[in-house]
Design a protein around this ligand. Structure first.
Ligand SMILES: *Cc1c(COP(=O)(O)O)cnc(C)c1O
Length: 397
């Protein structure tokens, strides 16, 4: 592969993305549409490139969290339907969304009023999806609100109520709560139908729901995690043959031999227990290395687990300390990870050279967006472009 400026890059295996799409499609009934969720830069894989790969393999419906993400896709020439999950709160942005044929979420009465106000300046067919909150506590209408609102929407000359959806809070671990949310969603849908309002695309399944509750597939499923080659957090039968398309790589930029007892890193955070070679890798926490999602623990047990993990890390228990793969061998990161660098301990006598490739366990959704994504097919990288912010591409993507 040609050299990447900065000696760090993320390889994205185009064949793995296609594989995951095929795997997911094999579990879909004819009537159920796949809505490919490519928010957060397609979970780190590159939104535009992922959209192109999926589109060229039959996906024609995408979803993202924010309007700016949808506009980035439009700008790159993606013409498919794109649903934006979040409310669009500014008049000028809503106008932009309408003129770019973005599918808009209505999650409150205020959302509808703004859309109604803005829409009269347009002759476009405006696609909207209603969002119901059935127990996640994020955005959404109550059933009552949805009933009232649809009475107003249905008379609008060019707003088309294409979809209605909700989002599950605990699908991986709590079937009772998930079924309760589903029942509440279906109840509202039936009440709407009784009032003469039929909405064609009803959807409530993310990856966890898709795997565990086939009766909740309805008219569409919103999948991100599975397409990105992973199972959602929790226990799942591994029925789909998924492949992770993502691999974060870098190169050794320095190697030195240090004596037992030498200190490594700020605060002398590690002391060598044996003579070793120390390699410097040009990747640090600003790239996403050693970052974790640090939410408040979900419960007492969750807190104990987090604390236990930190303690095991403190005592350098191998399975819980950060490792990078160098020439097929797992080597521990020593000392505190720096902003843009990390130190690696390599057993002395082991053959390591400047320029050797390493694989890093950087969580895909935390890997910095500024890192070049290299798209590979059948193991071969695409053309290189040296412009900053431009990714490598594979011709026949
Ligand atoms: C992120 C998201 C999804 C996709 O969830 P996965 O578990 O990654 O498949 C679906 N719907 C909404 C509203 C989301 O925010």
């Amino acid at each position: 592969m040609e050299r990447v400026l900065g000696d760090k890059w993320i390889e994205i295996d185009v064949d793995a993305i296609k594989n995951n799409l095929v795997a997911v499609n094999s579990q879909l009934e004819e009537k159920t549409r796949l809505i490919a969720v490519i928010k957060a830069n397609a979970y780190g894989h590159g939104a535009v490139e992922t959209a192109r790969i999926l589109y060229q393999n039959g996906v024609d419906f995408f979803a993202v969290s924010y309007l700016y993400e949808a506009l980035e896709l439009r700008k790159a020439g993606i013409r498919s339907a794109i649903l934006v999950f979040s409310p669009i709160i500014h008049e000028d942005e809503l106008k932009e969304a309408i003129s770019q044929h973005i599918t808009i979420t209505i999650a409150s009465y205020a959302d509808w009023k703004l859309l109604e106000y803005v829409s009269y300046g347009f002759n476009n067919y405006i696609r909207v999806h209603l969002k119901l909150d059935t127990g996640l506590g994020r955005f959404g209408l109550t059933g009552e609100e949805a009933l009232a609102l649809t009475q107003e929407i249905k008379d609008h000359p060019h707003v088309h109520l294409e979809g209605i959806y909700t989002h599950m809070a605990e699908a991986a671990s709590n079937p009772a709560y998930t079924e309760k949310q589903f029942a509440s969603f279906m109840k509202t849908i039936h009440r709407l139908e009784d009032a003469g309002i039929k909405i064609p695309v009803k959807h409530c399944a993310n990856s966890a729901v898709f795997l565990k509750y086939p009766h909740m597939h309805l008219d569409g499923v919103r999948l991100g995690t599975l397409l990105s080659g992973q199972y959602p957090a929790g226990k799942f039968d591994q029925v789909l043959d998924l492949k992770d398309p993502y691999c974060f790589k870098s190169r050794v930029i320095s190697v030195r031999s240090l004596k037992k007892g030498s200190y490594l890193g700020y605060y002398r955070s590690y002391r060598l227990r044996q003579d070793a070679q120390i390699a410097v890798i040009p990747v640090g926490f600003s790239d996403g290395l050693a970052l974790e999602v640090a939410n408040k623990p979900a419960g007492f047990w969750d807190m104990l687990k987090s604390m236990a993990k930190i303690m095991l890390m403190y005592f350098n228990v191998p399975r819980f300390s950060l490792h990078l793969i160098l020439n097929g061998v797992a080597c521990p990161v020593r000392g505190k990870v720096f902003m843009q660098m990390a130190l690696l301990e390599i057993p002395s006598g082991y053959d390591v050279n400047i320029g050797d490739e390493v694989e890093l366990p950087v969580r895909k959704t935390l890997a910095s967006r500024s890192i070049t994504r290299v798209y590979t097919q059948r193991g071969k990288a695409g053309k290189i472009s040296c412009q900053e912010g431009t990714n490598y591409t594979v011709d026949e993507m």
